[in-house]
Design a protein around this ligand. Structure first.
Ligand SMILES: [Cu+2]
Length: 384
């Protein structure tokens, strides 16, 4: 509302200035030059303004690239990541080259051929040779880019099942993630939202024996160097699983299973110790320290210091809690991963514990579920 009011005020102010300039023009009388045709001076000023604008866009572009370089992602932490980065870099470099060249020519010609008394424009209908050149060059360059992109795409998207990838389901719901490991058989049990009840929050089919050794957890641990195949499922709306450090993203669509596979190559610890990350985390903690000083002065709790972790994020605006949809990813050695997964409770054990437990515990669990439903109910009403 405030923004709207500000826009109205600015618009009204502009109208006032315009009207006043008209009044001044009229008050100057008929002797002054009020011609709408550009004078020699107007042309000269506009010509030089064109050149100045060219310098301005070059300088601001260089400044932005330099100033925002601290927000670039670090080196890709997955095998295919460098392919994505190379494709991105080549595309950007080509676009920048053409942009710098065409903007330079555009503004230079606008300056060079600015209006001058006695100068007449040349009538120039067409030139087949020129037309041919500026059509064929973009065709070749774009076709090259598209073919290169297609090869990279199929290389990344084709999952080689012979590599024996670790199968993990990523389950999205408003507003969190769950990971379901396929267990020792490396096969996920069947699942359907209709089976969601009590502790069975992901709707795993209890009658499917493959599901018994599945492990459901809200933290993703990945062994370094092992191909992982993710199967994505959504409970409610469209989400998008985004692993920025691994250069991976896949839509998570209700009613269907999408998939993406990659091989993590850098452990969380190695990433934390990398030069890039040490510098970045240092910068963030400097900001936090300053903020903490302000907070302590105001009698509030200071901020914790930041430590780098990989995260899985949601990249589709899926509702009001979207910003908070994240799951920590730990990339670790094969041994650490095995030790970790061993400690986790399987789906079968969870269900058995729920069945065998006393009524009290079941009531507790039912309460939790109801709370979840309440939250969703609230969300819906608030969205309406
Ligand atoms: Cu989401």
């Amino acid at each position: 509302m405030t923004v709207f009011l500000i826009i109205i005020v600015i618009a009204l102010f502009a109208v006032t200035v315009w009207q006043m300039s008209k009044i001044f023009d009229l008050s100057r009388g008929p002797h002054t030059d009020s011609s709408q045709i550009a004078s020699q001076k107007d042309n000269k000023v506009n010509g030089y303004l064109m050149l100045m604008f060219l310098v301005f866009i070059y300088v601001i572009s260089i400044y932005c690239f330099w100033h925002y370089s601290k927000f670039y992602l670090p080196e890709a932490a997955s095998e295919h990541g460098s392919e994505v980065d190379t494709l991105m870099f080549i595309t950007l470099a080509l676009i920048m080259f053409v942009l710098v060249l065409t903007q330079g020519l555009l503004h230079w010609f606008a300056f060079k051929y600015r209006g001058e008394k006695g100068k007449k424009a040349l009538f120039f209908a067409d030139n087949d040779k020129l037309e041919f050149i500026w059509t064929i060059i973009p065709v070749i360059v774009l076709a090259g880019l598209i073919i290169y992109g297609l090869f990279t795409w199929s290389d990344i998207m084709n999952i080689n099942e012979e590599d024996d990838p670790l199968v993990i389901e990523i389950y999205a719901y408003q507003f969190d993630w769950r990971a379901r490991y396929s267990g020792e058989d490396n096969t996920l049990g069947k699942a359907n939202v209709r089976f969601i009840q009590g502790v069975n929050q992901l709707g795993v089919d209890e009658s499917d024996s493959y599901g018994n050794d599945d492990v459901i957890i809200n933290e993703l641990h990945l062994p370094v160097g092992r191909p992982v195949l993710f199967k994505f499922r959504s409970q409610d709306v469209l989400h998008s699983a985004f692993f920025p450090h691994f250069r991976a993203q896949m839509n998570v669509v209700p009613g269907m299973i999408t998939q993406f596979g990659f091989t993590p190559t850098i452990t969380s610890e190695e990433m934390r110790e990398s030069e890039y990350m040490v510098e970045k985390v240092g910068r963030i903690n400097d900001i936090r320290k300053d903020k903490s000083k302000e907070l302590t002065a105001a009698g509030e709790v200071p901020l914790d210091s930041y430590e780098f972790e990989y995260y899985l994020l949601c990249n589709k605006i899926c509702g009001q809690g979207h910003y908070n949809m994240q799951m920590k990813i730990v990339v670790e050695s094969e041994e650490d991963y095995k030790a970790w997964i061993k400690e986790q409770q399987t789906f079968g054990a969870t269900m058995a514990a729920a069945d065998g437990s006393t009524d009290d515990i079941i009531t507790d669990e039912d309460d939790t579920l109801e709370e979840d439903l309440d939250e969703e109910g609230n969300t819906e009403t608030e969205l309406e």
